[in-house]
Structures are given as structure tokens and as C-alpha cells.
Design a protein around this ligand. Structure first.
Ligand code: ACO
Length: 328
């Protein structure tokens, strides 16, 4: 029997309407529109209303993806949410999404792989469907990063936004996922992390007073590792898919961390800028939601045509990295 083909049946996304511009940030911390644009390419990002949980925007993205896949919630037997901003430490955000959409036949869990979370989740869902135990998986990348952003720290607060993207995976007759490639380096956990609130440093008055419940990052070091990790991941996924070089692919959908990182990756991969899907200017870095939202936007804007070969590629805290080649 030929290998089962697992592909994307539908995609969706949700971006909150509230916009935070660079000019707004100029009034909050010692920064400038000019610094943010030249160092990151970001002009604005979108934020949820305070108190909106990740599952709410994940639910809205999921509804959009289900519509695209022309499936009912009951058809979904697996929900995986990639997120570093879960509603709660437990239960999983995937369970909250399940209840909101009414996918009563689904098994649910979250994946913590930071910005690589959506691609990690795709890879897991693909394997679980391939095993024959599951049929239709709802894979979501969703983040309310505004809830862990230190709005007094100019080194990080200019970078992040909130959003959610989703894809429904299932069996397809043609095309589908050609390869996935995942990796991580646990020696780099100190470059990007949220110190308090876990078992290593439970919440106390001191952790709150010392702003330990906010994301900390060594931006410069992450930057250098990111360029190498994304380039290697894209090359390795292409090789696994039997594609000799990334420049043979029709579209590269990278994690949207920083325009300079993306242009450096394109240069190393020897691909023209036109082959990169970019939305970092409008949304900033939405961690696991970035690749998920970008995928849906690329589909809806007609940037991906039937038969195209595309690659999703990301890196994030851990460090983690991931890539996935899909024939559309
Ligand atoms: N406005 C003005 N000045 C600033 C700002 C700001 N918002 N932020 C930092 N600066 C200053 C710094 O204090 C520093 O000043 P100094 O030279 O007087 O000390 C100077 O600008 C340069 O700082 P660098 O950190 O060297 O700037 P860099 O060019 O590296 O840009 C940035 C910083 C944008 C953070 C970049 O390093 C980056 O994008 N890194 C990768 C981030 C990332 O991709 N994270 C991973 C994913 S996130 C996740 O997994 C959740």
C-alpha cells in the first residue's frame, strides 16, 4: 500500500483589532519609530483587550480553518495548540478550544516549542494521522504575548504582538506534507525565557515585584543563532523532501521575528526576497502564531497555487527550530 498522504484541508486566522503603533510605544518607553523600523522592520502590532485568553483567539482562528476545510467540529478527532501563553498552566489551552468549538470527539493537548510551536504541532499531527489512529487534526498556533511582555522593557516590548492561526490536517489524494524537520538545543534555555511562575520559581510577592513573570531575552545572541537555525532547518527539510535546494521552492513562509533576520536568511538560502512571505511589519513577532497566520494569509492572498512547493520555517525559545515542506 502506498504511503498515506497528509495535507492541509483548510486554514484560518484571527488578529485582534486593537493596534499598537511605534508612535504609541514612543510614549511608553525610551524608543523611536525610526529605531524600531530600522532594527526590526516592525511598524505596528495588534493586541487583545486585557484579560482575553489565548483560547478565545485560537477558537476564532479554528472556526475560520474549519470553514476553509468544510468540516464540522465533530469531524475533528485531535486538537493540538502550540503556545507559550496558555490560558492557564493547566488544563491545556486545546481543551478550552475544544469546549468553545464543540469538538467533542477530539483528544486535546498543547505543545511548548515557542515560535516553532505551530510547525512542531503540524509534525506531531501528521505522524498521528499517518499512524491511522486519527483522521482530522486541528492544529493551532496562538499567543497572547502581551500578557508576558514587560511594557517597561524597551529591549523586548517593541517586538511582540497577539494573534492566532490554524490549519486542519487530514488525508489528501495529491500533494501534502513532504517532510518535517525538528531540532532543539537545550543548552540555550537562558537566552529567551520566562523566569517565574513555574516549578523552578513559583509565584511570590518578590517574583511579582522583580518583574519575573515577563519574558527575558538576549536579543543579539538569539539573532545570530536564529539566522543559522532557520537556514539549516529549511535546507534539511528540503533535502528530506527530495528537493535539491531551497531555491526550487515556490514560497518560503518564515517565522516573523525581525525583518533583518528574514533578509539574512533569504541571502544565505540564495532566494530572492519575492519568494519570502512577510507580514512582520504589520504584526511583529506573534511566536507560534506567526507562521500559522502567515500561512493562511498566503493562501487567501493567492500566493500559494495548487502544485506549489512551500516551506514553513521557524526558530524560537529552547532554542527550538522546525521546518515543513508541503506540496499544495
Ligand atoms: N529603542 C531604542 N534603543 C533600543 C531599543 C529600543 N526599543 N532596544 C534596544 N535599544 C538599544 C540597546 O539598549 C543598545 O544600546 P547600547 O548600544 O547603548 O547598549 C542598542 O539599542 C543596540 O542593542 P542591540 O540589542 O545590540 O540591538 P540589535 O540590533 O541586536 O536589535 C533586537 C535588537 C531587535 C532585539 C534584535 O537583536 C533581535 O531581533 N533579536 C532576535 C529576537 C528574536 O527573534 N527573538 C526570538 C523569538 S521570540 C520567542 O521565541 C518568544
Amino acid at each position: 500500500m502506498p504511503d498515506k498522504r497528509i495535507g492541509i484541508l483548510g486554514t484560518g486566522h484571527f488578529i485582534p483589532s486593537k493596534v499598537l503603533t511605534n508612535q504609541d510605544l514612543e510614549r511608553m518607553v525610551d524608543t523611536s519609530d525610526e529605531w524600531i523600523i530600522t532594527r526590526t522592520g516592525i511598524k505596528e502590532r495588534h493586541l487583545v483587550e486585557k484579560g482575553t485568553p489565548t483560547s478565545q483567539i485560537a477558537f476564532l482562528a479554528a472556526q475560520d480553518a474549519l470553514k476553509g476545510a468544510k468540516l464540522n467540529p465533530e469531524d475533528i478527532d485531535l486538537i493540538i495548540v502550540g503556545t507559550i501563553t496558555p490560558d492557564m498552566q493547566f488544563p491545556s489551552t486545546a481543551c478550552f478550544v475544544q469546549a468553545k468549538i464543540g469538538a467533542k470527539n477530539a483528544a486535546c493537548f498543547d505543545v511548548s516549542a515557542a515560535c516553532s510551536g505551530f510547525i512542531y504541532a503540524i509534525s506531531i499531527a501528521e505522524s498521528m494521522i499517518k499512524s491511522g489512529q486519527y483522521k482530522n487534526a486541528l492544529v493551532i498556533g496562538a499567543e497572547v504575548l502581551s500578557s508576558i511582555t514587560d511594557w517597561q522593557d524597551r529591549n523586548t516590548c517593541v517586538l511582540f504582538g497577539d494573534g492566532a492561526g490554524a490549519a486542519v490536517l487530514g488525508l489528501v489524494n495529491e500533494g501534502g506534507i513532504l517532510s518535517t524537520y525538528l531540532g532543539s538545543d537545550g543548552n540555550q534555555t537562558g537566552l529567551l525565557y520566562l523566569p517565574a511562575g513555574g516549578s523552578a520559581m513559583p509565584a511570590t510577592i518578590d517574583t511579582v515585584n522583580n518583574r519575573m513573570h515577563y519574558l527575558k531575552m538576549s536579543g543579539n545572541e538569539v539573532f545570530k543563532l536564529a539566522v543559522k537555525a532557520m537556514t539549516d532547518a529549511a535546507n534539511n527539510a528540503a533535502k528530506k523532501a527530495g528537493i535539491s535546494s531551497v531555491d526550487q521552492l515556490d514560497l518560503i513562509i518564515p517565522h516573523q521575528a525581525n525583518m533583518r533576520i528574514l533578509l539574512a536568511v533569504a541571502k544565505r538560502l540564495k532566494i530572492p526576497e519575492e519568494k519570502l512571505f512577510l507580514n512582520v511589519t504589520r504584526y511583529g513577532n506573534m511566536s507560534s502564531a506567526s507562521t500559522a497566520v502567515a500561512l493562511d494569509e498566503a493562501v487567501k492572498e493567492g500566493r500559494i497555487k495548487k502544485g506549489d512547493n512551500i516551506v514553513l520555517v521557524a526558530f524560537g525559545a529552547g532554542l527550538t527550530w522546525a521546518a515543513c515542506v508541503i506540496k499544495w
